[in-house]
Design a binder for this molecule. Structure first.
Ligand code: PA5
Length: 379
């Protein structure tokens, strides 16, 4: 592995063959486009299928978001965002099957960037069979086809992105869903407009021309270099911690793990008594307004872990509301994970192992079976 100097912009460009840094740094364009798409979302009163009718009647008993990997994180972010204010339960499903209690009074959002992820499509078909109020979000593929064939509400997002780089497109329409379905207590889409300024400011501060000493993303990448990042969140930052972990996995191509306070204080913390602790970088996600109990807990946990010898960093959220705070941390972590890949001389784009498993699974032909089943649901 050759180490690349993070302040050598030419060298960074040479490694970043697919322009991932540029894509991530251009996030505000995509936020603006995604907000426009999200605003257009409309629900029908009913959709008639061969097997009966789906009635869209709000508020639903609950919202289920089905998706995998880069298409799953939006549901978790929404759940955390509305943790203490949601008017209905928000459930995420990363499986072939929906929980048994999901039925016609539930709103099901199936998200698959490619539109061809078998687990998501299987849950989607299951939702249709149970007459859930179903909606799809994707850039194409079978999910796009199915929604058009069956006349289901659908958000078509632009193609050509890696799913993880399409987060604005996969997440912001969920805010429209929550607004329209009467699940949110404040107009979320309007709130999301504040992301444009915040992320724009951050993109300037974290760009390749800004040297390591002044660039928080480069600094984080440099600290994490050669170690396994472990990200600790709490409350709304639990899904944020997961997003950071997955970006270190997918962009930087390294192992990374995450967990949440206060839970980890009751089990995982014991692991810091063991060996190999100096091989990790522990990243605490912080909020200047975290409540007293949480602040005390994070400080106590951090102190104890520091004694075990890993590198320890704190990332402080920015912004004026929870959504902005969550995205400020996500964005910093996303960019840092790209810098870490580049510092390691690795192109952040490719996902060889993910593709290999998908190809192997495709041989079993589940997508063909699901396509047949979708056709049979047609009126
Ligand atoms: O980041 C990725 O590419 C993956 O995590 C994918 O999002 C995941 O495999 C699901 O694919 P899709 O988003 O196309 O449904």
């Amino acid at each position: 592995m050759r180490a690349v100097n993070l302040d050598d912009t030419e060298a960074l460009r040479a490694v970043d063959k697919h322009g991932m840094l540029k894509l991530y740094l251009g996030i505000t364009d995509n936020v603006a486009k995604a907000l426009r798409l999200a605003r257009e979302l409309e629900f029908p009163e009913a959709v008639r299928l061969g097997t009966g009718e789906i009635r869209y009647s709000f508020p639903p008993d609950g919202l289920v978001v089905a998706g995998m990997g880069g298409s799953a994180i939006g549901g978790k972010l929404l759940r955390d965002l509305l943790w203490d204010s949601s008017k209905a339960p928000i459930i995420t499903c990363e499986d072939y099957h929906l929980p048994s209690y999901i039925g016609p009074r539930y709103l099901l959002v199936a998200i698959s960037y490619s539109g061809n992820t078998e687990e998501t499509l299987s849950a989607f078909v299951e939702g249709l069979r149970r007459k859930c109020m179903t909606i799809g979000i994707s850039s194409g593929g079978l999910l796009d086809w199915a929604c058009r064939e069956l006349g289901l509400p659908f958000v078509k997002v632009p193609s050509g992105f890696p799913p993880r780089g399409a987060l604005p497109f996969l997440f912001l329409p969920l805010l429209a869903v929550a607004d329209r379905a009467g699940i949110a207590d404040v107009p979320l889409l309007r709130q999301a407009e504040g992301l444009l300024r915040l992320l724009g400011d951050m993109a300037r501060e974290l760009g390749p021309e800004v040297p390591v000493e002044e660039n928080k993303a480069k600094e984080l990448a440099r600290t994490a270099m050669g170690t396994i990042p472990v990200i600790y969140g709490f409350g709304p930052f639990c899904s944020v911690a997961l997003r950071l972990k997955t970006q270190f996995n997918e962009n930087s191509k390294i192992l990374s793990f995450c967990n949440c306070l206060p839970g980890l204080d009751h089990d995982e913390i014991m692991g810091w008594e063991g060996e190999f602790t100096d091989r990790f970088t522990v990243i605490f996600l912080r909020d200047r307004e975290e409540d007293r109990q949480m602040r005390l807990r994070i400080e106590a946990t951090k102190e104890l872990i520091e004694e075990a010898g890993p590198r320890v960093v704190e990332l402080w959220a920015r912004g004026t509301n929870r959504l902005e705070k969550m995205f400020s941390l996500i964005y910093l972590g996303d960019i840092a994970s790209i810098y870490l890949a580049l510092a390691r001389g690795i192109d952040p784009y490719g996902l060889k192992s993910i593709q290999a498993v998908k190809l192997k699974m495709a041989e079993a032909g589940l997508l063909k079976e699901l396509k047949k089943e979708i056709s049979s649901l047609k009126l």
